[in-house]
Design a protein. Structure first.
Length: 226
């Protein structure tokens, strides 16, 4: 009888132990689920906050645009390369000019893919290389073209101011600028800018004839008075 009772106690002990183990297992599973839920909740909040940050950043981006314009021109009239002249750095009749043009960016952004085309309607000028590229031009910077524009001036002509048009373009925009270059005529090494087409060689004899004729009339007038 005693032996049977002890066996029953052992059986109940085992049952109680199994029940306790079951409760602990269920509790651990519950805690694990709660941990996963907390992690999921934290991740969702993180993604939401990150989206807000990027949204705020995009709203504050400033739209910066370049603005390109003609700055200056540099004349090469020596006898090297494709230029031909007297190397005085001015444009004379009969010369072939290599021309470099600088552009200035007065805008607020960098100009990319810059190029410019040179043209003129003046019959004195023949342009043989009218297109050049430029480096990227940052805001407030000035850049020269990568190579030379080239034009020739007709010989045996009087000087005048020649107007040019420069069509500037970049990836963001394009512009039209105008500038002029003084072309000088040459008589005996003396330059006569903007002289009219009346031949200078005829001016001296006409002036001398006028003076002589005036003196003759004056002498006749004196003789009549006597």
């Amino acid at each position: 009888m005693v032996i049977k009772f002890r066996k029953n106690i052992r059986t109940w002990n085992i049952i109680v132990l199994l029940i306790i183990l079951g409760i602990l297992t269920l509790s651990a599973i519950g805690n694990e689920n709660q941990f996963e839920e907390k992690n999921t909740l934290t991740t969702d909040l993180y993604i939401y906050e990150s989206s807000s940050i990027f949204s705020s950043f995009n709203d504050t981006i400033i739209d910066e645009d370049p603005h390109l314009e003609f700055d200056w021109r540099y004349i090469d009239d020596d006898n090297s390369g494709e230029s031909s002249g007297n190397n005085d750095r001015v444009a004379d009749t009969g010369e072939t000019i290599q021309l470099r043009i600088s552009l200035k960016n007065t805008g607020s952004g960098t100009a990319y893919g810059v190029s410019a085309t040179l043209s003129t309607s003046d019959s004195l000028i023949t342009i043989t290389d009218n297109y050049e590229t430029y480096p990227d031009i940052h805001a407030g910077s000035i850049e020269l073209c990568d190579n030379y524009y080239i034009f020739s001036i007709k010989p045996s002509t009087f000087g005048r101011r020649v107007n040019f048009t420069l069509a500037i373009t970049c990836l963001q925009n394009d512009w039209i600028n105008k500038f002029s270059i003084q072309v000088y005529g040459d008589y005996g090494g003396v330059y006569y800018p903007n002289i009219p087409s009346f031949p200078l060689i005829l001016f001296v004899p006409i002036a001398m004839s006028t003076i002589i004729f005036s003196l003759i009339l004056y002498k006749k007038k004196l003789n009549l008075n006597h």
